[in-house]
Design a protein around this ligand. Structure first.
Ligand code: ADP
Length: 425
């Protein structure tokens, strides 16, 4: 028997950087060889079962998000992808203008399709959807910390209402009652909704079995829109269709040796706890201060001078992480945008310097921070390895002996930094 050539099965368009890594991790975990690219590359689609295009389109103007997402779609289509996945945040981060609705509708139009689900559920991380309402842990989304998010405050937990406000077409609901009855009942529900003119349907899911049911029910649809959760069910669907052979080595990354470090530019609750845990364990840590950066102090150079003699003895942490009240103070002086940019530029410069000093394993906390670091390191393609915690895998900069773990702010256990670094040599 000759083995059929591997062709691209799934093309994913992710609206932010750590979100892209999250969904890629989900696919790798189930044996799909997955590559993540940063932005839409000029070259051909790399050889893999799934390719994830990481965009930065969550909070850009909707028209820009649509244009970039369509460019990613065309590139993935040229690579022969059989199904497409628009990945957004498990807390449905968006505004009344978008960008989930406008991008989903533009992708549907471009694919000549009339229906897709919308399901941010990720039960392993406490995100569940029931009766169209999104829960974060035991709280409704609108009662969670997300109601205070600086860019995408989520004040309404009804995703049907939220998505309808950003969509031209009709938004409906795939109720848990149908999902719980399995794939056929879920598909019948899709057909009923289509007959009513629904183009986007929020789908309930409270556990991994529901995500698998939804993935199976979407098998004939060109587009899935979801958080990373639904991707959990896709490899089994593709395997049943004979499109992939799960690869037990899909998550294998090489051993790279070298020094190790952590950079943290996230001020989320989980990251604050992780930084505190590291410092309380007596590990080397240096803080960079946004106000000092604004005064032109050369903090990146100072951080590198500090790190240089320490690296041989073990990993170091350079962080800008602060509690929310202190961040607000800094933002009121500098403006949120300027403060963020100063810190991102500084940490990006530290990242480049650390790699020059021989760091080969780097943990980065923060979505925007990760984007800045990856860009500074000139990484355009990441191979995805095994998970450290749900949603956060190790990755390898393609073709280079450099491993990166890019952690979205609120992900990871309190000992995440240590746990990540212990996993790779
Ligand atoms: P998260 O994933 O937790 O949202 P991000 O990296 O996406 O983290 O966003 C955090 C933002 O806050 C970045 O733009 C970062 O530069 C900025 N920032 C980090 N530390 C501080 C600080 N001490 N004061 C002000 N802004 C900060």
């Amino acid at each position: 028997m000759t083995e059929a050539p591997r062709r691209l099965v799934l093309g994913v368009i992710a609206d932010d950087f750590t979100g892209a890594t999250d969904v890629a991790s989900m696919l790798v975990r189930a044996g799909m060889r997955t590559v993540q690219v940063i932005g839409v590359p000029d070259g051909p689609v790399p050889e893999a079962d799934a390719v994830v295009v990481a965009l930065k389109s969550r909070t850009t103007p909707a028209a820009d998000a649509v244009r970039e997402s369509l460019a990613a779609l065309r590139w993935l289509q040229a690579g022969g992808a059989r199904q497409f996945y628009f990945k957004y945040c498990s807390t449905f981060d968006s505004t009344a203008q978008g960008n989930i609705g406008p991008v989903a509708e533009a992708l549907l139009d471009a694919l000549g399709s009339d229906f897709a689900i919308a399901c941010p559920a990720f039960p392993e991380n406490g995100r569940t959807v029931f009766r169209g309402h999104l829960f974060v842990g035991d709280e409704l989304l609108s009662d969670s910390g997300m109601r205070h998010h600086p860019l995408t405050p989520m004040a309404d937990a009804s995703l049907v209402r939220v998505l309808q406000a950003q969509s031209r077409g009709k938004v409906g609901l795939v109720r848990y009652d149908d999902v719980a009855r399995g794939e056929a009942a879920t598909r019948e529900c899709f057909d009923r909704l289509r007959a009513q003119g629904v183009r986007l349907a929020v789908a309930d899911a409270i556990g991994n079995d529901d995500l698998k049911t939804l993935a199976a029910a979407c098998a004939g649809l060109p587009l899935i829109t979801a958080g990373s959760g639904v991707a959990l069910g896709l490899p089994a669907v593709y395997q049943a269709q004979g499109w992939i052979q799960p690869d037990a080595a899909a998550a294998d990354l090489p051993s790279v040796g070298g020094h190790a470090a952590v950079l943290s530019g996230s001020c989320s609750t989980a990251t604050n706890a992780q930084v505190k845990h590291w410092i309380e364990a007596g590990r080397p840590a240096l803080q960079v201060d946004a106000l000092a950066l604004a005064q032109g102090q050369p903090l990146a150079e100072r951080a590198l001078d500090w790190a240089r003699p320490l690296l041989a003895a073990g990993p170091v942490l350079v962080y800008a992480t602060e509690a929310a009240d202190r961040v607000r103070e800094v933002q009121s002086t500098l403006g949120a945008g300027r403060a963020g940019q100063l810190v991102e530029d500084c940490l990006a410069q530290v990242a480049r310097g650390l790699v020059d000093l021989g760091v080969r394993r780097l943990v980065v906390a923060g979505g925007e921070t990760s984007g800045a670091v990856v860009q500074a390191l000139g990484a355009t393609q990441l191979r995805i390895g095994g998970p450290i915690d749900p949603g956060v895998p190790w990755t390898q900069v393609e073709g280079r002996p450099l491993l990166l773990a890019l952690k979205s702010g609120n992900f990871g256990t309190v000992d995440f930094f240590d746990k990540a670094l212990k996993q790779v040599g």
